[in-house]
Ligand binder design. Structure first.
Ligand code: MLC
Ligand code: AMP
Length: 504
């Protein structure tokens, strides 16, 4: 027995004094030092009584220790469950209850509210702050720097990532060791990563992009990362000369292009820029090439599947497309009603199958069955077509979803909050184009007869319940919602009416 994920990504670097993390402070953490931090934390989890398969819910700022907690979970056979730092206590309660997490690791600032949630559920709470302080590392520093890696199989769970749904309830996507490891290895090959690579890492580490794409690829290749807390243009531009590659959501690229210091000279030594998580406008692709001479490599993935397609490293990186299915990934376009495969060129729903595709939604067999076919194909909810040269184009979504700055937002979740507010009869939440975030959230409410809803009070209620990035950036009151003859709300009409609201 062995532990494929730990052995393949982490253990393989045992004893290596080569750099792994270059921090904003200028300090450098080697691979061996990083593994030692992970092993110390793994010893703490064992002392807390955690057993293989237990879930560890983590809502902490980005730091080397936060990343080492991921390594510790892999080594101890625990299921790593990272959570967006923007989530409110209301949102966290659901994730913690639903996952049955045995341990919650949070910032000291949210310890009290999380203890209130964790107490009745019997979960333990430890703290980890952005500077590495807190109860977790206080114990870890006293623990052994070695830990006997727990045996796991490739089919065992490595991580849960919660993704919202069109019904408003989030689903825990269960990712196995094989899902993560196979995808990391494929991407290393496809994107030609080696131990000489230095990745400029300014993404959050609680989602697929920053954690499983960026970090796992660097771990699998033996390279290193310039590990910045967040997108900060001054720091990114200052550190770019040390980097060979960068990954970002489209907002990273539009913000860099908005800065005059981002020049051809600054990037001339760079090997590769990769974009994903949201559509990169063809216009941004062209502007980027004009400014730097580099063609951004766009790829397409999801929480449930890791990466599915990529534009080629060698060969034409075609703007407005997400390239070809990755090796080992089967991709087909199907009729949303019959499920039959459509001929190339026709628009339909994108389905994918491969070692990257998750095991299902935690304790939601009906939802799993509705999206993951018995033959292994996962219905992504994205609409696309394959062109004559085999490039995949994403043309829309078959799911009611807004993507703002790379974060997924399900309108239903916001509508449920708006509908509950005094004086509101009903609501519809839409995404409209936004120059910085790609799309942003607009709420439309219909007052109950004779009522005049208090919009300030409504926004306060929204703030209480939902993470900041989900808040409507505008709230519009209409006498009624546009509906079709079947009585269904026509969000396309609303989107067309308000499409220029934030035009840059
Ligand atoms: C921050 N804010 C957002 C937001 N991010 N609002 C909407 N959408 C977002 N994405 C809020 C802040 O709280 C703040 O509110 C205001 O907007 C402006 O903040 P900012 O300082 O400009 O935000 P910033 O820290 O710069 O963050 C923007 C960002 C960040 C785009 C850099 O959101 C980011 O790093 N996004 C990456 C998301 C990601 O990793 N997605 C991958 C998912 S995995 P206020 O009130 O203070 O004004 C996936 C699979 C795949 O999708 O294929 O990869
Ligand atoms: P998430 O559930 O957060 O993992 O988001 C996955 C969704 O992001 C996909 O289903 C797509 O709708 C979208 N997405 C990811 N990459 C791209 C891309 N390159 N172009 C367009 N949409 C993308």
């Amino acid at each position: 027995m062995a532990n494929p994920l730990y052995d393949g990504l982490f253990g393989v670097h045992a004893g290596q004094s080569t750099p792994f993390l270059h921090l904003a402070t200028g300090a450098v953490i080697s691979h061996a030092e990083f593994l030692a931090i992970g092993a110390r934390i793994a010893n703490v989890t064992a002392r807390l009584g955690l057993k293989p398969g237990d879930r560890v819910a983590v809502q902490v700022d980005k730091s080397p220790e936060a990343l080492a907690l991921y390594a510790a979970c892999a080594q101890a056979g625990l299921v790593f469950l990272p959570l967006n730092t923007a989530y409110t206590a209301d949102e966290l309660r659901y994730f913690i209850e639903n996952s049955g997490a045995a341990l919650i690791v949070c910032d000291a600032g949210s310890e009290d509210s999380l203890r209130q949630i964790a107490g009745p559920l019997g979960a333990q709470v430890e703290t980890l702050n952005a500077d590495g302080s807190g109860s977790l590392m206080a114990q870890a520093r006293k623990a052994e720097a070695e830990f006997a890696t727990v045996d796991r199989s490739g089919e065992d769970l490595a991580a849960f990532l919660y993704t919202s749904g069109t019904t408003g309830r989030s689903k825990g996507a269960m990712l196995t060791q094989t899902n993560l490891l196979s995808n990391a290895r494929t991407l290393v090959e496809e994107w030609r990563f080696t131990a000489d690579d230095v990745l400029l890492h300014a993404l959050p580490i609680f989602h697929t992009h920053g954690l499983f794409v960026a970090t796992n690829v660097i771990l699998a290749s033996g390279g290193s990362m310039i590990f910045l807390p967040k997108l900060d243009l001054d720091q990114m531009i200052a550190r770019m000369p040390e980097a060979t590659t960068m990954m970002g959501v489209p907002t990273f690229y539009t913000r860099l292009l908005g800065d005059d210091r981002f020049t051809r000279e600054l990037t001339s030594h760079m090997r590769l820029f990769i974009s994903g998580s949201a559509p990169l406008l063809a216009e941004t692709h062209v502007q980027f090439e004009d400014r730097t001479g580099h063609r951004i490599l766009e790829r397409y993935g999801m929480t449930e599947t890791n990466m599915n397609t990529s534009n080629p490293y060698d060969g034409e990186r075609r703007a407005g497309t997400v390239g070809f299915p990755l090796p080992g990934v089967a991709l087909k376009i199907t009729d949303p009603v019959t499920g039959d495969t459509l001929p190339d060129g026709e628009v339909g729903q994108i389905e994918v199958r491969g070692p990257n595709v998750f095991k299902g939604y935690w304790q939601m067999p009906e939802k799993t069955a509705a999206e993951l076919r018995a033959d292994g194909f996962f219905i992504t909810g994205d609409l696309g077509r394959i062109d004559a040269d085999g490039y995949v184009h994403i043309v829309g979504r078959n799911k009611d979803l807004i993507i703002s700055g790379g974060y997924n937002i399900y309108p239903k979740e916001i509508e449920l909050v708006l509908d509950e507010q005094p004086g509101v009869l009903e609501s519809a939440v839409i995404g409209v184009p936004h120059p910085d975030f790609g799309e942003t959230v607009v709420g439309v409410i219909v007052p109950a007869p004779g009522a005049t809803p208090d919009t300030d009070a409504i926004m306060q209620a929204v703030q209480q319940s939902l993470a900041r990035f989900k808040h409507p950036r505008a709230l519009i009151s209409l006498a009624e919602l546009p509906r079709n003859t079947m009585g269904k709300v026509q969000k396309n009409v609303l989107r067309a009416d308000y499409k220029d609201m934030f035009a840059g």
